[in-house]
Ligand binder design. Structure first.
Ligand code: AHR
Length: 327
């Protein structure tokens, strides 16, 4: 063997040892070239068009960056997410991306991740913990602001007066809590705009329809007249629209419908005159999530929270904007 080849073998062997013994971030930059990192992603489920778009964004960004992604769908159950995180920790992944279904109950598993020195990046929803060093960073929309935008829009649309039914998201989930709060805050400026009924539709189209059917039945059976629907997401609003039509009423005119997310089917419903307004909540979090993973593995500091900017769209803009929607 030539001296040059021997030197090369020694260099490669040394690089391999370095790779095994130094921190994960350094390992990625070893003389052997970039070692692909492994990231575990615990997703809530596939309850809405928004959620599917978020999953797609994370998956495609992982592929683009050559990240080995371990994906786990929790089917709306926190227990499944906790089990998935436990498995990621046992497999010694380089980092974890977590979209937590509810805010509470995360401390024990996050402590295990911290003890294993595995950074946890929160996407979309936050957690309620006494020590925020249990996660690295949160990348999410401002759900309170979204609820406020929806409330202010509706208040103006109804000239400050009317009866609203609310379709809430998953109980205990950050967007359900905060979108309710934001909407209620906006009502301070519209004292004659009242929430007359409020129930969870669990962020799904089917449940949104079912709950709306019950609300309409009560109203048509002599209960208080409903002027508007405020749904915590587009899927529930689309379910409610179906229920309204099946009850012989016109969504968008007999009842004003406002929701949150800004998915393409919501724009289609606005163009058709059935949905009045949607507040965008951007699900395309893949690039920001993997920027955060790379930064933290390289030892660069990160802000505790990055707020994703959202905007509001109503029927007047729907036609013009629909072609530009990415999800
Ligand atoms: O956490 C974001 C919310 O979760 C979206 O508004 C909703 O569609 C999803 O299921």
């Amino acid at each position: 063997m030539s001296k040059q080849n021997k030197n090369l073998i020694v260099a490669l062997a040394l690089a391999g040892v370095l790779c095994l013994t130094t921190s994960r971030g350094l390992c990625a930059d070893s003389p052997l070239g970039k070692k692909p990192i492994t990231v575990g992603f615990s997703q809530i489920g596939a309850e809405s068009g928004w959620r599917t778009a978020e999953t797609q964004s994370i998956r495609s960004e992982a592929t683009k960056r050559g990240v080995n992604l371990k994906f786990s769908d929790a089917q709306q159950k926190q227990d499944n997410q906790i089990r998935a995180l436990g498995a990621f920790i046992a497999q010694r992944v380089d980092a974890i991306i977590l979209a937590p279904v509810v805010e509470g109950g995360w401390e024990p598993i996050l402590k295990q991740a911290r003890a294993a020195k595995i950074p946890v990046i929160l996407v979309d929803r936050g957690v309620n913990v006494s020590d925020d060093s249990l996660y690295t960073t949160l990348i999410a929309s401002d759900f309170v602001a979204e609820g406020k935008m929806a409330g202010v829009w509706l208040g103006k649309k109804l000239n400050g007066k009317g009866n609203v039914v609310e379709l809430q998201g998953t109980p205990g989930a950050a967007p359900a809590i905060d979108r309710k709060k934001g909407f209620q805050e906006s009502l301070k400026d519209f004292p004659d705009l009242k929430i007359i009924k409020s129930q969870t539709g669990e962020f799904t189209r089917a449940k949104g329809k079912e709950v709306m059917e019950a609300f309409l039945k009560a109203a048509q059976g002599g209960g208080t007249k409903i002027d508007a629907v405020y749904a915590h997401n587009d899927d529930m609003a689309l379910g409610a629209i179906q229920a309204i039509e099946e009850a012989g009423l016109k969504p968008g005119s007999d009842l004003v419908v406002v929701s949150i997310d800004g998915i393409k089917p919501a724009f289609e419903a606005m163009v058709a005159g059935k949905l009045n307004c949607t507040v965008e909540c951007n699900p395309l979090l893949g690039p920001a999530a993997f920027d955060a993973v790379e930064a933290t593995l390289a030892g660069r500091p990160l802000p505790k929270k990055t707020v994703v900017k959202d905007q509001i769209f109503d029927q007047s803009m729907a036609k013009e904007v629909i072609g530009t929607r990415q999800y």
